[in-house]
Design a protein around this ligand. Sequence first.
Ligand SMILES: [Zn+2]
Length: 161
Amino acid sequence: MSAAGSRGAAERADETLIRAAIAAAAAADPRDVPVGAVVFDAAGRELARAANAREALGDPTAHAEVLALRRAAAVHGDGWRLEGCTLAVTLEPCTMCAGALTLARIGRLVFGAWEPKTGAVGSLWDVVRDRRLNHRPEVRGGVLESDCAALLDTFFHAQRP
Ligand SMILES: [Zn+2]
């Protein structure tokens, strides 16, 4: 396969992962900002998914990524480690989630929309690719960006009086 051909296939595969994260976001409580995250193992099998549930759980740490990482670790069978796994999330992770996914040793991060106000994977900071860290996941951002941003736009639009 040509380099262009394999790149196209990889992009399509990432879009499939983000579509799963979009589906996870759609399950968010109506009070919660719709962000969804899904963890896949090295073979591409889904381990866990979650939506942001800060309002639903009254928990400041209940971001989609943290909830999905916890659930994935519980079923993955290597303690807290998620080595070789991929995290797909609809929005660029914040500092907490970027830290959590790095600590979980996620191998690859794929995200949808960029978050210029709080993003910690390139926008405001780049926590996951800090060269001082031992573990640095591979990253791809901006996958199905407009679909992911549309979820948020719809939510915030409905919030306005
Ligand atoms: Zn977060």
